[in-house]
Design a protein around this ligand. Structure first.
Ligand code: 5GP
Ligand code: MN
Length: 320
């Protein structure tokens, strides 16, 4: 793979990894393909040098990603002390949930969200990257870390999922070449594409069904809710929306799609998706969340009715 020119941040990260023996790699709650793919991509790459790596997430690995090599190593809390902490795909420290409780400020923050708060001691944040894994794919050779077949499979999973199968507006020929390079190392694109993006469980599909029957439209906004009761009735075990938001975002003529998901902690998880020209990251940030222009989220305190009316009100105000 082509080795890019080293910049000072990359050089510093390379030295930090080189000098550390016990490395803690962390990503965000309700993990998606980029969270898991980046976690395994960096974690497995560092492990090849014989260093101890803990890969930690506050939640468990979603079922559609439990085919990736190394996923069994992911745990919900660190077991040991460490001399380097790296966060991946987290725009703020709240995103790691309780995974880092009692640990220091992260040393290295690697992310691609424009809303990133630069909370690390070293911040490698590139909002032009389609996924955090794009930054890793570029940087691993610079850090003298190998892109093995297993690392490539993890990284390609992240590229495929964060671009919804290479169809988001930020996909460039450079990204396609990067994907091709990962395939050359052995990552199986059709297999990854099918397992991580297309196949879903019966329960997840029933959960979608509950969301679709509750679909509403208010002017340029389409929205739906998923309650704890819907989750129980469908048998779906995740605390996310099983990707319902990406179904709603396909609705023609809607400027913004929103899904509200009741959480077991009593909060409401809100996901926004927008047509080009609308920046939902700004709306999400005003509720304490963040994300990208076209895809953003927040976890908000309050009842479903209260959060729904506040969020839809603010979103509609934003659109006029
Ligand atoms: P989703 O709606 O699929 O959970 O997330 C859409 C985008 O917004 C992703 O890039 C995700 O990382 C970000 N995001 C989702 N929820 C939150 C949140 O609570 N806080 C922040 N800062 N970003 C979020
Ligand atoms: Mn991402």
């Amino acid at each position: 793979m082509q080795v890019p020119m080293a910049d000072p941040i990359n050089t510093e990260i390379r030295l930090r990894i080189m000098n550390a023996q016990r490395i803690l790699v962390v990503s965000h709650v309700r993990p998606d393909g980029d969270a898991i793919g980046s976690l395994l991509g960096l974690g497995l790459a560092i492990q090849t040098s014989g260093k101890l790596v803990e890969m930690v997430l506050d939640d468990t690995v979603p079922a559609n990603l439990r085919h990736l090599p190394g996923y069994q190593q992911v745990s919900q809390r660190p077991k040991d002390t460490c001399d380097l902490i790296v966060t991946l795909d987290c725009s703020d420290l709240k995103r790691v949930g309780k995974a880092l409780n009692g640990y220091n400020v992260p040393d290295v923050n690697i992310d691609h969200h424009p809303t990133n708060l630069n909370f690390g001691k070293i911040n490698l944040v590139d909002p032009s990257a389609v996924a955090t894994a794009e930054i890793l794919t570029r940087s691993l050779p610079e850090w003298d870390l190998p892109i093995t077949k297993d690392v490539a499979s993890a990284l390609l999973t992240a590229l495929v999922t964060d671009t919804l199968g290479f169809r988001t507006s930020n996909v460039t020929s450079k990204v396609m070449r990067m994907a091709a390079d990962l395939m050359d190392v052995g990552a199986d694109l059709p297999d990854i594409y099918g397992k991580s993006l297309i196949q879903r469980s019966f329960e997840a599909t029933r959960f979608w069904g509950a969301g679709l029957t509750q679909l509403q439209r208010e002017g340029p906004v389409v929205w739906s809710i998923l309650t704890t009761q819907d989750r129980k009735a469908s048998g779906y075990s995740g605390n996310d929306d099983a990707d319902l938001i990406n179904v709603l975002s396909a609705i023609k003529d809607a400027m913004v799609a929103i899904v509200f998901v009741e959480q077991s902690n009593g909060n409401i998880k809100v996901s926004w998706r927008a047509q080009p020209g609308v920046d939902v990251a700004q709306i999400a940030s005003s509720f304490g969340g963040g994300g990208h222009t076209a895809a953003a989220g927040a976890e908000i305190q309050g009842t479903l009715d209260d959060v729904r009316s506040r969020v839809i009100g603010k979103t509609r105000d934003f659109l006029v």
